[in-house]
Design a binder for this molecule. Structure first.
Ligand code: NAD
Ligand code: TYD
Length: 342
């Protein structure tokens, strides 16, 4: 495949960071540009091993800053944009919704304007299954691309708003877009405020794990590597204007996930602490990925193989997550988790 200029927004975060590494390995002829505002969730130490490569470039910018983004697009003339940059944590959207609107809605619109002006070949908008709302715990219904968008949290409402803007830029201006809606990801470099890395890091450090409510809420888990492969396929083969759901049929209750991690790490369930439920806590998410499978994608990890690989990675790479929870981020932990023993 010919060399292309790829812009990845949010490439210092969890999924964007994995995608940068996936693409640089798979397409050494591509020029990979990582644009990130380096919020609390952005971290460049994950790219220590690729940052000296000639075809990797980092640009610090706020996607909602029109004065910075438009000239950058004019100068760089990207072929492809894969847009991850976002505020991504539901709990934070409950305590501080405004930044979610600014980054996720306005930031996306600024990028769309820039992509339209510079006539990019493809704009892939990385969205989430959470825009569909919630499913009942005892149902077998799955989210399809036709499911009505009924977001419940300020986070998912901001993501749904950005999805509508992406659709509108396609319908109104003919911008060549795809929207992807993936289920919950897990894997290396997952920021330790989310359930799986939070559980692993706390268990390793002999701390209790907060489980919201009764722990029976269900999420549909996908290893980040399989998400990256799906995005690669959609970028190159996705039919312009189409939405693709991404998921691997791995539904688990939160309690199952936490217990699996504890068992693997040889810890007793006494380390589970049930805490008050999240406000508006969505009961169940579950994805029907048939449309993407027809395009040629299938996941390589089961939940069992993926979680084993992930736990091993966190044990071997304590340096990465410890620098996060021992730094500025610690204040957040202290503020939000009164059971923190340190
Ligand atoms: P993350 O929070 O780990 O990373 C977000 C990145 O965006 C960070 O590097 C941050 O610095 C950057 N960023 C935030 N605001 C910015 C701004 N104004 N300008 C520039 N950069 C900014 O998030 P993630 O979990 O990697 O999620 C990435 C994308 O995937 C998001 O759009 C999210 O909605 C979507 N998604 C996530 C999941 C999941 O399970 N984590 C599942 C489906 C979809
Ligand atoms: P999270 O990782 O925040 O992802 P999302 O809210 O986007 O699905 O949470 C996953 C599930 O785990 C969700 O049902 C909330 C629950 N949860 C806990 O029980 N305890 C925790 O400390 C966290 C962060 C999440």
């Amino acid at each position: 495949m010919q060399g292309k200029k790829l812009l990845v927004t949010g490439g210092a975060g969890f999924i964007g960071g994995n995608f940068v590494q996936y693409m640089i390995n798979k397409y050494p002829q591509y020029d990979i540009n990582n644009l990130d505002g380096l919020t609390y969730a952005g971290d460049l130490t994950k790219h220590r091993e690729i940052e000296k490569k000639e075809n990797y470039h980092f640009m610090k910018a706020d996607i909602a800053d029109r004065e910075a983004i438009l000239p950058l697009f004019e100068k760089e003339k990207f072929d492809y944009v894969v847009h991850f940059a976002a505020e991504s944590h539901v709990d934070r959207s409950i305590t501080d919704p405004e930044i979610f609107v600014r980054t996720n809605v306005l930031g996306t619109q600024v990028l769309l304007d820039a992509a339209k002006q510079m006539e990019v070949t493809k704009f892939v908008h990385v969205s989430t299954d959470e825009v569909y709302g919630e499913l009942e715990l005892d149902s077998s219904t799955l989210f399809t691309e036709e499911t009505l968008l009924q977001p419940n949290s300020p986070y998912s409402a901001s993501k749904a708003s950005s999805d509508f803007l992406v659709r509108a830029y396609h319908e109104t201006f003919g911008l060549p877009v795809n929207i992807t809606r993936c289920s919950n990801n897990y894997g290396p470099f997952h920021f330790p405020e989310k359930l799986i890395p939070l559980t692993i890091s706390r268990v390793v450090n002999n701390q209790k794990v907060p489980v919201y409510g009764d722990g029976k809420n269900i999420r549909d888990w996908l290893h980040v590597h399989d998400h990256c492969a799906a995005l690669d396929l959609v970028l190159h083969e996705g039919v312009t204007g189409e939405v693709y759901n991404i998921g691997g049929h791995n539904e688990r209750t939160n309690l199952d996930v936490v217990k699996t991690i504890m068992t693997t790490l040889g810890k007793s369930e006494e380390f589970i602490e049930f805490v008050p439920d999240r406000l508006g806590h969505d009961k169940r998410y579950a994805i029907d990925p048939t449309k993407l499978e027809k395009l040629g994608w299938k996941p390589t990890y089961t939940f069992e193989t993926g979680i084993a690989q992930t736990i091993e990675w966190y044990v071997e790479n304590k340096w990465w997550w410890e620098q996060i929870i021992s730094g500025e981020y610690k204040n957040y932990f202290k503020k939000h988790y009164s059971l923190d023993q340190s």
